[in-house]
Ligand binder design. Structure first.
Ligand SMILES: *Cc1c(COP(=O)(O)O)cnc(C)c1O
Length: 224
C-alpha cells in the first residue's frame, strides 16, 4: 500500500473535538485501505454506490457501520436495507417511506438523516428548507416505525469562498435548531448534524457539525 492511511486517519482524528464522529468515506478505495483504517479502530465508513457497498459489506468485517451517503434510488433500497446502518441522504418522502418499508421486511430500524439542499449549485440533491418543513409538518413520518430520523445532512457549495461555505453551514445549524424545537424536542436520537468534507470540515466544526464525512484526506485521491 503506497498511501499512509493510518497516519492520515490519525491526523484527522487528532483534530476532532469530543462529540464529533468521523465517517471515513471509502468510495472508490480498495478493501486494503479500509482494513488499514479498521485496524486503527475506525468502524464507521461511508459509501455512495449500492453495488460497491454490497461487495465491501460482504468482504469486510461485519461490525463495520456502513453509512450510505450518496443519492439513493428507491429501487436500490431493498439491497442495502438488510445491513446498512444509516442512510444519510434522504431527500424525499417517497424515499423515506421505501426505507421504512424495506426495513420492516428485514425487521430492522434504519437510522436516517434528512438531506438539505442549501448550496447554490443546482447539481446537488436534497430538500429545500421549505420542502423539509413540509415533510415534517405533514407528519406521515411519525407512523414509520422502522426508520429513525437522527438529524440533518448537507453538502456546502464546492467553492473557494470560505465565507459562503460558512454561511451555508450556519444556515443548516440554525435550521437544525428550528426543527429540533418544533418536532424533536423530546427525541434524544435527533442529534446529528452531518456536514464537513476534506476541504471544509474545519468550518463544519465551527458550525456545530457532529459528524464529518472525510474521504480524500484519509485515503488519498480517488481513482475512478
Ligand atoms: C465523496 C463524499 C464525501 C467525501 O469527500 P472528500 O472531499 O473526499 O472528503 C463526503 N460526503 C459526500 C456526500 C460525498 O459524496
Amino acid at each position: 500500500m503506497d498511501y499512509d492511511v493510518k497516519g492520515h486517519l490519525h491526523q484527522i482524528l487528532d483534530t476532532l473535538p469530543q462529540g464529533v464522529r468521523l465517517v471515513a468515506i471509502s468510495k472508490y478505495h480498495p478493501n486494503e485501505y479500509i482494513e488499514a483504517a479498521y485496524e486503527e479502530g475506525q468502524r464507521v465508513f461511508g459509501e455512495s454506490h449500492e453495488q460497491e457497498l454490497r461487495q465491501k459489506h460482504e468482504q469486510l468485517p461485519q461490525d463495520i457501520e456502513w453509512h450510505f451517503i450518496g443519492h439513493l434510488q428507491t429501487n436500490k433500497v431493498k439491497y442495502i436495507a438488510p445491513y446498512v446502518s444509516m442512510v444519510e441522504a434522504v431527500d424525499s418522502l417517497k424515499l423515506l417511506k421505501e426505507i421504512n418499508r424495506q426495513a420492516e421486511r428485514c425487521d430492522r430500524v434504519i437510522k436516517v438523516l434528512l438531506e438539505l439542499h442549501i448550496a447554490e449549485e443546482s447539481t446537488k440533491y436534497g430538500l429545500t428548507l421549505d420542502a423539509c418543513r413540509e415533510l415534517l409538518e405533514d407528519g406521515e413520518w411519525r407512523e414509520m416505525k422502522h426508520v429513525q430520523i437522527c438529524g440533518l445532512m448537507m453538502m456546502a457549495s464546492f467553492v473557494d469562498d470560505q465565507q459562503q461555505i460558512r454561511r451555508e453551514m450556519q444556515t443548516a445549524a440554525d435550521f437544525f435548531d428550528e426543527v429540533k424545537a418544533k418536532y424533536f424536542a423530546d427525541d434524544e436520537a435527533f442529534c446529528e448534524r452531518s456536514w464537513g468534507m476534506s476541504d471544509d470540515y474545519l468550518i463544519a466544526l465551527d458550525t456545530r457539525s457532529t459528524m464529518v464525512r472525510i474521504g480524500t484526506t484519509i485515503f488519498g485521491p480517488r481513482v475512478y
